[in-house]
Design a protein around this ligand. Structure first.
Ligand SMILES: Nc1ncnc2c1ncn2[C@@H]1O[C@H](COP(=O)(O)OP(=O)(O)OP(=O)(O)O)[C@@H](O)[C@H]1O
Ligand SMILES: [Mg+2]
Length: 255
């Protein structure tokens, strides 16, 4: 579904991402982990078009997408959520999801072509779909509340609902459970599994190790912009390079 080859990004002299290659199979849930500043978010930015790579290529569904702008990628089915919350905080929960739906909606098309009656019917269908999505993320009861008034965990779930509204084939989640309590975290894990079961491939960046280890069958570990390990959770957990990266062990100092 996704393949990045030799992906690099420099900021001045800093190699934020350094020759990273990554393969994501259709239907999988892949974890991307690493210490703070390892380059995880930058990988997301490079794959989803927020940043242009200094070198390397990205392929999505067999198509070269390097440098394609985010909105075009959303239309192709490649969607991400952000590490810091991006919601329309002064809009209602339902309006937030409707904005996600608008990416796929043909309302604009119909309005021009067939007049307002057709548009109204299309509007209703979109509204139904948005409500269905809110049921799916268990936020239907909060549909008329302002997004900013939702508890934090619910805002995160709303972020996922907005992403889902665009009908992604690949959904990339940047720290979906940051700041959540254990109950909210478990809820998000269930939600991600359900999304995956409905056919959406997932890449997830997260610092919560037990969350990642339970959710992902394949994990990629980064440190200083490079991939230092990849494999199933059990192998990753016991990988000396991974343990060292997380403990901040300097190999020279160790020797
Ligand atoms: N736009 C930018 N300009 C300059 N430096 C940047 C920029 N974005 C990221 N960096 C730097 O690149 C490195 C990788 O950052 P990135 O945000 O990708 O790390 P991360 O793995 O997502 O970290 P965290 O776990 O803290 O979110 C860091 O040293 C960061 O300061
Ligand atoms: Mg990050």
């Amino acid at each position: 579904m996704l393949e990045a080859r030799g992906l690099s990004k420099q900021f001045g002299g800093l190699h934020a991402v350094d020759g990273l290659s990554l393969t994501v199979d259709e239907g999988s849930i892949v974890g991307l982990i690493g210490p703070n500043g390892a380059g995880k978010t930058t990988v997301f930015n490079l794959v989803t078009g927020q940043l242009r790579p200094s070198a390397g290529e990205v392929h999505f569904k067999g198509r070269r997408i390097t440098g394609t702008p985010p909105y075009d990628l959303v239309k192709l089915g490649l969607v991400r959520t952000f590490q810091s919350m991006v919601l329309y905080s002064e809009s209602s929960v339902l309006e937030n999801v409707l904005r996600g739906c608008a990416v796929r909606s043909r309302v604009g098309f119909w309005r021009g072509l067939a007049g307002s009656r057709q548009a109204t019917r299309e509007d209703e269908k979109v509204r139904e779909r948005a409500l269905e999505l809110l049921h799916f993320v268990e936020l239907a009861a909060a549909r008329d509340e302002l997004a900013r008034n939702l508890p934090y965990g619910h805002q995160r779930a709303l972020g996922v609902a907005i992403g889902l509204a665009t009908e992604p084939e690949l959904l990339m989640l940047d720290e979906p459970v940051a700041g959540m309590n254990p109950e909210e975290t478990a809820h998000m894990a269930r939600l991600i599994r359900r999304v995956n079961a409905r056919g959406t491939t997932i890449v997830v960046v997260e610092h919560d190790m037990s969350f990642v280890m339970q959710l992902c069958r394949e994990i990629v570990v980064m440190n200083y912009g490079k991939k230092i390990a990849e494999g199933p959770p059990d192998r990753i957990r016991n990988d000396p390079a991974v343990v060292a990266a997380y403990l901040g062990v300097d190999e020279d100092a160790q020797a």
